[in-house]
Design a protein around this ligand. Structure first.
Ligand SMILES: NC(=O)C1=CN([C@@H]2O[C@H](COP(=O)(O)OP(=O)(O)OC[C@H]3O[C@@H](n4cnc5c(N)ncnc54)[C@H](O)[C@@H]3O)[C@@H](O)[C@H]2O)C=CC1
Ligand SMILES: CC(=O)C(=O)O
Ligand SMILES: [Mg+2]
Length: 579
């Protein structure tokens, strides 16, 4: 017989501000925590801790094992996890984010070991506000998904939780949002993934996806509940199969944005501005083929239209620069199927009744300068396609943006070889640098991770009542200006990811200024700061996992006495034992 009584939990087990057993804790901290004697005696520096963590990581042979180790580290010593991540951002991001997070989501029901966020089910409707009270921290930002389109891997239901968790880890690492102010949220609105539903280990409800109307009613309740519980909360929608209804419905009334439509649009414009400069071709002479006409593809093109307009094109001229291909071929007005609303704007009417036969034929017909991939079709930019682009252009712009790496339309190596090293390249997932013609070429990573941290932090600090198109566009423009002299000289399209914190300050400043211009900021006192003062203010507000260690004594004491209002004990009494 199983006992029905709840096992008693150790204090602070759910805390994200832990580090109680951190080997860098001084004897005084250990005493105040009651952990003196529970950790080995040495008081370790970060350098030593880091060596052990990296060795442990090296012992794991597969990416998913490394992912699991990092999940464990974050759960048991959050500040150390962020110290390690911030010092090794380039090496560790692929393990906590794309591509490894893709595999983790596919296998989430097999590898799940501990709670890292909240799950709200369709059957919870009517009670959402009450359930949010179970979250023990004050939240500044949430990333929420319904798991219906996780990267390019399709509908993964509640297995999609890896994405909000990974994105919010980047919020902390890249923009310094306190880990305990972030809420990963997964909506269990059913899944159409039959195999998952039939898998005994699957941890979501076993119903099919709710209808669009049911989703709307649920989301209305959720948005109201989130803002009632945390009035200044910023809400990021992520990886919805159809993100447009929610974006249209909430963007003017909540501090929310859709990362796949708007964040992706912004990050690609940021790199695109630099690619256009490097191509040597005037803006008016560019033409783009997009493989994939989903939320990300059309989101990117809409932001590029804004850029083209700023460069002097009319909206009509800008719109006509795009040729979209989806799973039914070239998106045209006369194709015979009913186009989804978001495709209509870009549908061609100048195809003279001709239909799409192949991507190669379309390239010959359009003669594009730009090839974008947001199709989820790994390898779609094959040798023939890349060579056609190289024949047409001195510096073809090739952006295979689908994630994870297995879905990338081509690799960096394929693009370099088939364009003789001449391509201007960015991909959604990371690829290694390579030698070409005695030069080291480094690929750009056109991933929304360069902008969403700054969009979120900008919205939080300005206390924006809504996130406007100008704020999104400002993130793109700011990103494009954030490269240093060396990066510009080396022809990079995006700054070095190792400088992401500096970049996030620039992006955050741009977002705050746009919020002020649009009058959506509630923190109006920031209007009085000049740019240097605003940068200093932003930096000061950023969580620094290194100073947490120095402040640990104060922090711990505050937590124990509950001064900061966080409930941390899971109901168990902290005895606060002293030696
Ligand atoms: N680099 C980045 O920062 C981002 C990358 N993405 C990636 O973009 C991809 C697409 O995302 P969404 O647009 O949200 O998905 P979606 O499902 O809305 O769109 C996918 C599009 O690809 C088209 N497609 C599918 N098979 C095709 C084929 N054989 N030939 C041509 N087109 C085909 C579909 O018809 C649809 O238009 C995903 O892999 C996602 O990971 C998404 C957001 C950000
Ligand atoms: C990067 C991202 O948001 C995606 O692939 O969906
Ligand atoms: Mg996404």
């Amino acid at each position: 017989m199983h006992s029905t009584s709840r096992p008693s939990l150790p204090p602070r087990q759910l805390s994200t501000t832990n580090g109680d057993f951190d080997s860098s804790n001084t004897p005084e901290i250990r005493k105040s925590l009651g952990t003196y004697g529970l950790t080995p005696p040495a008081i370790e520096s970060f350098e030593v801790q880091s060596q052990r963590c990296l060795r442990l990581l090296a012992m794991k042979t597969t990416p998913i094992e490394k992912f699991q180790y990092l999940v464990h580290l974050k759960a048991t010593n959050c500040h150390l996890f962020y110290r390690l991540l911030s010092e090794n951002i380039k090496e560790l991001t692929p393990l906590i984010y794309t591509p490894t997070v893709g595999e983790a989501c596919v296998r989430w029901h097999e590898i799940w070991t501990q709670p890292e966020g909240m799950y709200l089910s369709f059957s919870d409707r009517g009670n959402l506000r009450q359930i949010l009270d179970n979250w023990p921290y004050k939240v500044d930002i949430t990333v929420l998904t319904d798991g219906s389109r996780i990267l390019g891997l399709g509908d993964l239901g509640v297995n999609g939780m890896g994405i909000p968790v990974g994105k919010l880890s980047l919020y902390t690492a890249c923009a310094g949002i306190r880990p305990d102010a972030t809420l990963p949220l997964t909506l269990d609105l059913g899944t159409n993934n039959q195999a998952l539903r039939e898998d005994p280990l699957y941890m979501g409800s076993r119903r099919g996806k709710v209808t669009a109307e049911e989703e709307k009613v649920f989301l209305d309740e959720l948005m109201a509940a989130l803002t009632d519980k945390w009035p200044n909360i910023v809400i990021q929608f992520e990886d919805f199969k159809n993100p447009f209804p929610a974006l249209e419905r909430y963007q003017n009334s909540y501090s929310m944005f859709n990362d796949d439509v708007q964040g992706t649009g912004a990050v690609i414009v940021g790199g695109f501005i630099n690619a256009i400069k490097a191509s040597g071709v005037p803006v008016k002479d560019h033409k783009a083929i997009f493989l994939g006409a989903g939320s990300a593809g059309t989101g990117v093109a809409k932001q590029i239209v804004e850029f083209f307009k700023k460069e002097g094109l009319t909206e009509e001229e800008a719109r006509r620069k795009f040729w979209f291909v989806d799973s039914n071929g070239l998106v045209t007005e006369d194709r015979g199927d009913k186009l989804a609303d978001h495709k209509v704007y870009f549908a061609r009417n100048d195809n003279n009744g001709r239909q799409y036969q192949s991507l190669g034929r379309l390239i010959d017909y359009v003669q594009p300068t730009i090839l974008m991939g947001l199709s989820t079709i790994g390898g779609a930019f094959n040798k023939d396609i890349l060579q056609r682009m190289a024949k047409l252009n001195d510096r073809p712009i090739i952006f295979p943006l689908s994630n994870p790496s297995s879905k990338s339309e081509c690799t960096f190596e394929e693009a370099v070889i088939n364009t003789e090293g001449r391509c201007l390249f960015a991909s959604g997932s990371p690829f290694p640098s390579m030698e070409w013609d005695d030069k080291l070429l480094t690929p750009g990573q056109g991933n929304n991770m360069y902008v969403f941290p700054g969009i979120g932090l900008g919205a939080i600090l300005s206390q924006a009542v809504s996130i406007t198109q100008d704020m999104i566009y400002a993130s793109a423009e700011s990103l494009s200006t954030s490269l240093n002299k060396q990066e510009v000289a080396d022809g990079w399209l995006y700054p070095d990811i190792r400088r992401i914190r500096e970049v996030s300050v620039v992006v955050t400043r741009g977002v705050i200024r746009a919020a002020q211009k649009n009058g959506v900021d509630r923190a109006t006192e920031l209007r009085n700061l000049d740019d240097a003062q605003l940068d200093a203010f932003i930096k000061e507000r950023m969580y620094d996992p290194f100073s947490e260690r120095e402040n640990a004594g104060d922090e711990v004491n505050k937590l124990i006495s509950g001064v900061n209002g966080h409930s941390i004990s899971n109901g168990a009494t902290s005895t606060n034992a002293h030696l």
